[in-house]
Design a protein around this ligand. Structure first.
Ligand code: HEC
Length: 240
């Protein structure tokens, strides 16, 4: 008797009727993977949701609450650099970039800028005025011409906040200029109350240079920063 002639196996027939292929149960290994993924997602979710606080996710809320006071300012107000870093990244980095390099042809760099360092005819007073009242028209930064407008920040920030931002900017990306104090910003603000338009480079140059601290201070700070002796070469390093 050949295989063909055999009657169909009744047990197999019953199995196929009961369980068509489309209704296969989820294999245990797949179930295990999904369970693990769900567990990991839940852990991640609860670790990083920060209680759904609005200011954690909404950068604009964290930046400024509309009254010149800054949300979360209490945490970093004791450290001007930390405050400056936060206010810079929330308000200035969009144009001047987080690395201070700006965008060629559009936004001038703050890294290596003679305005930031208050070099040549430019003084601390010019830098503070630019932030208080904004800038417009042709402006030279690092041998490049810009001709655009920066809005004023004087109504947005307190004197202490502007001092912190500028102190931060002056200490970053290779910049090594002295800090700007809250008192100096307050003094310049009082002196420039009548300024209702953003400054032009021409107007600023006509003002003359004013430095918050005498230049000898800079020499002292720089000398204090330097290591007392040049680093000793390693014994096996080649000198020529
Ligand atoms: C919307 C873009 C924008 C934002 C935001 C912005 N700036 Fe500017 N900034 C400019 C432009 C454009 C100029 C050049 C203006 C001109 O051409 O007259 C400029 C010029 C400057 C200058 C003088 C030139 C230089 O590069 O050194 C300084 C200093 C400066 N900005 C600091 C700041 C600080 C500090 C903040 C944050 C509080 C800030 N800017 C936010 C666009 C911006």
């Amino acid at each position: 008797m050949s295989e063909r002639d055999q009657p169909p196996d009744p047990s197999e027939d019953a199995f196929l009727r009961e369980k068509p292929p489309s209704a296969e149960p989820i294999p245990p290994w797949m179930f295990a993977i999904f369970a693990a993924l769900l567990f990991a997602a839940t852990v991640y979710f609860f670790s990083y949701s920060a209680g759904f606080r609005a200011d954690v996710f909404d950068a604009s809320k964290a930046a400024w609450d509309g009254a010149g006071a800054t949300a979360g300012v209490a945490e970093d107000s004791h450290d001007p650099l930390a405050l400056g870093r936060r206010l810079f990244s929330q308000n200035c980095a969009l144009c001047h970039q987080p690395n201070g390099q700006g965008i060629p042809g559009q936004f001038p760099p703050l890294a290596g800028s003679e305005w930031v360092a208050a070099e040549g005819w430019r003084g601390d007073n010019h830098l503070v005025r630019i932030v208080l009242h904004g800038a417009q028209g042709p402006m030279t930064v690092r041998d490049h011409q810009y001709n655009s407008t920066m809005a004023p920040w004087g109504e947005v920030f307190t004197d202490a906040q502007i001092a912190a931002i500028l102190t931060y900017v002056r200490s970053q990306w290779g910049n090594h200029a002295l800090p700007i104090s809250t008192d100096f910003v307050a003094k310049i603000r009082a002196e420039s109350q009548s300024q209702s338009e953003p400054w032009t480079q021409h107007q600023l140059q006509a003002l003359g240079r004013e430095m918050e601290l005498p230049p000898e201070t800079l020499l002292k700070v720089r000398a204090g920063d330097l290591p007392s002796s040049p680093p000793t070469p390693l014994p096996n390093s080649k000198t020529n």
